[in-house]
Design a protein around this ligand. Structure first.
Ligand SMILES: Cc1cc2nc3c(=O)[nH]c(=O)nc-3n(C[C@H](O)[C@H](O)[C@H](O)COP(=O)(O)O)c2cc1C
Length: 696
């Protein structure tokens, strides 16, 4: 092992529980063992998820949260001890591997609750009360410390009051549920959460708690709920039963639906560092044994769920600071990198590294680090595309139905949380497969097919593997995307597929293969407007084929257009965006953490955006746009068109046909040449195609 990682592998203690190393798998929904939506309460198949991870050098597992009470049907966990039965063998297996496990118990979301869109028309403006029914949505899930606070996802929805009676019942429930955890062999519990703007955090922060009773006002009063919970657990389970707290050091929040960005000077409406220094002492005195830390609230969600725009180790300096105010161990979360974590642990500035998404992406992350195989780690690119695909349209709701969304999956690793759906066995009837195109879709197909035992030839017409992802990864803040490209190239070289670079395939018949997979990607679209030839495409700009001036118009305020604007702002240029819809980054499937951070960064860098605006002409002076207020010309010395991609149609005539009868080959399409999508769609399609080719 590289000595710089050694501090990660030192043992430590939480209360009396010794943990073998400093790596904590952070709680993530989708990794839950108990979930009321599952028929029996136990998430079937989750044992396979943990089996993949238990022997891979993770010291402490914290599965995704367990709500004290169900969303529908108003069932208290502690009244259903049977749901802990199937948990026991999984806990046993984790123990046998030498790791420890804490269960995260949640007080719920308060105003951060994502309400199902189907109910939203009925529950606007206080109508929640009249609709209160255990069968629609139990009241516990739409009550907040202060009923005047707007719901995060839909500000028109007002919450109901979380009453003192409810608090008392909750405190009792936490004690009972923790007891069940202890009886199931679980080593400790973590309370969710004075963190991220969840219910207990809403009680704790001044801007979401204006109560006049014993649960509002002074800091002690605002923390009383969280303190009563730990006291009750210790009373029921014994002083030595470890209780961790999920804790956001600072809220990083400017107001409702307004977050601060790294480096910004702003007025905090939530928990300031000064208050946090006092709060952590109060919480420690109440009995908490560990603090699992980050920053943020749902109004500044990207601190707790840092997307690609967030610096690596985004929360580390804050967590290091707060450790000075408690004698208990602190864990730091948020794009943590092993180098920074190891150095911080060695210096005594944090106690352990929290890792979330990277362990969805690559279960062997830590093992590979220990074995000196860091370059083998499939890097998490913080896209949230399959682990947390909750949109937020500028605070105007979401297009995801929370009752049906799957969390905790991974764009880059479709196997994760699909362990019982897919197979890794050798192919039943190995084929000779030709893959046309060396973008992500082509490489994923070739790697997966080779691993299943097919004989694969991949043909790439250029001298570069990666396709349009090369452009996507080019921006300065996409270091992990660049690592991913390298990872794909390395895995392709290692997998046994024969790679033919600079080889354009025109005649499929001439290929020595029985199966052809077309993965030729897409090309950038342009606009049918006068002067379009004066513009450069987003891809040309990102690939370094076209230079731009200082005053840059970006046509298209989708994800790529906004990322380019941010990149140009970082370079000190003056970009502006022209977008046809009322939203920046409005596409479905982009996580609210990613879209809000990008919008907040554009705000911080003063990038103007013309919304509801259509470009009519591009001239030497700039762009002429029509807006609801009328037509105007905005000066620009360069124009970048970021209006999407169109599929490559060279082989489209073969689509849908299996021409075996005519003596031809099986032909399949993967990725953008089939239908323009995202990294998520292309990788999933490639992965599933290989499953079909291997096991049907
Ligand atoms: C899919 C998903 C679900 C999450 N669910 C929870 C949760 O149940 N409880 C919690 O405290 N944090 C939750 N988080 C936050 C993570 O614990 C973690 O703090 C965050 O992902 C940042 O760490 P990372 O950059 O290593 O992924 C979740 C994160 C993700 C991606």
């Amino acid at each position: 092992m590289d000595p710089k990682y050694e501090p990660l592998f030192l043992p430590w203690k939480v209360g009396n529980v010794e943990i073998k190393n400093r790596v904590v798998m952070l709680p993530m929904e989708g990794t839950n063992m108990i979930q009321w939506e599952a028929k029996t309460g136990f998430v079937k198949g989750i044992d396979a998820f943990y089996r993949d991870r238990k022997d891979n050098d993770i010291g402490l597992f914290i599965p995704g949260l367990i709500p004290m009470i169900s969303i529908l049907g108003q069932k208290w966990v502690y009244q259903h001890p049977k749901v802990f039965e199937p948990v026991k063998p999984v806990v046993r297996e984790i123990h046998e591997s030498g790791a420890k496990i804490f269960f995260q118990l949640s007080a719920g979301a308060g105003r951060s609750m994502l309400l199902p869109p189907i109910l939203r028309p009925f529950i606007k403006k206080g109508a929640l009360k009249t609709l209160s029914s255990p069968f629609i949505m139990s009241r516990w899930w739409w009550s907040a410390p202060d009923p005047e606070e707007p719901n995060v996802w839909d500000p028109e929805v007002k919450m109901d009051l979380f009453t003192e009676e409810m608090i008392r019942k909750y405190v009792y429930a936490f004690g009972r549920t923790a007891k069940l955890c202890k009886q199931a062999g679980v080593d400790g519990v973590e309370i969710h959460a004075v963190h991220e703007g969840y219910l207990l955090d809403q009680f704790a922060m001044p801007y979401t708690n204006h109560r006049q009773d014993a649960w509002g006002g002074s800091l002690e009063n605002r923390l009383r709920f969280a303190c009563e919970i730990v006291k009750e657990i210790k009373r029921v389970c014994g002083e030595d039963y470890p209780v961790s707290l999920r804790y956001s050091v600072c809220s990083m929040t400017r107001g409702f639906n307004q977050g601060a960005v790294p480096g910004e000077t702003f007025t905090e409406v939530g928990r300031t560092m000064e208050e946090s220094e006092k709060a952590i002492r109060i919480l420690e005195d109440a009995g908490y044994d560990m603090f699992n830390c980050d920053n943020g609230t749902y109004d500044a969600w990207y601190w707790a769920h840092p997307p690609v725009y967030a610096p690596l180790n985004i929360n580390l300096s804050y967590v290091e600071h707060i450790k000075r105010f408690t004698t208990k161990p602190v864990v730091c979360a948020g794009r943590m990198q092993p180098e920074a974590a190891a150095a911080s642990i060695a210096a005594g500035r944090i106690d352990a590294m929290g890792v979330g998404r990277q362990l969805l992406c690559d279960p062997e992350f830590i093992k590979k680090i220990r074995e000196g195989r860091k370059e083998d780690v499939r890097p998490c690119i913080a896209c949230h595309g399959a682990c947390l695909p909750f949109n937020g349209l500028n605070g105007k709701g979401t297009d995801i139905d929370p009752m049906h969304v799957a969390m905790g999956r991974c764009v880059l690793n479709p196997w994760t949380n699909n362990e019982t759906k897919y197979s890794k066995a050798p192919a039943k009837h190995p084929r000779r497969i030709a893959v046309i195109g060396g973008g992500i879709g082509g490489m994923e197909t070739a790697i997966q097919a080779s691993l299943r035992g097919h004989k694969v030839d991949l043909y790439e017409k250029t001298d570069r593997l990666g396709g349009v992802f090369c452009a996507a990864a080019a921006m300065s803040f996409k270091e992990k995307d660049k690592e991913l490209l390298e990872w794909y190239r390395r895995k392709l070289a290692e997998c046994g597929a024969k790679v033919h670079m600079n080889t354009e395939v025109e005649n499929l018949k001439a290929l020595d293969a029985d199966t052809v997979v077309i993965a030729t990607g897409a090309h950038a679209k342009t606009l049918p407007i006068p002067g379009a030839d004066k513009a450069v495409t987003a891809a040309a700009f990102l690939n370094g084929e076209a230079k731009v001036g200082e005053n840059v118009a970006i046509i298209g305020g989708g994800l790529t257009g906004c990322e380019i604007a941010y990149e140009l702002a970082l370079q000190g240029k003056r970009p502006f965006i022209v977008e046809m819809t009322p939203y920046l980054v409005g596409a479905k499937g982009i996580c609210m953490a990613n879209s809000t951070m990008l919008r907040e960064l554009l705000r911080y860098h003063g990038v103007p955006a013309y919304l509801n605006a259509a470009v009519q002409e591009i001239t030497d002076e700039g762009v002429t746009i029509s807006t609801p207020e009328g037509q105007k010309t905005v000066p620009a010395d360069s124009v970048i068109l970021s209006v999407g991609y169109a599929p490559d149609t060279r082989f489209a005539a073969l689509k849908g046909k299996k021409n075996r009868a005519k003596g031809a080959k099986d032909v399949y399409f993967v990725g953008d040449c089939d239908k323009v999508g995202s990294l998520k769609t292309v990788i999933k399609q490639a992965y599933e195609l290989v499953q079909t080719l291997s096991y049907e």
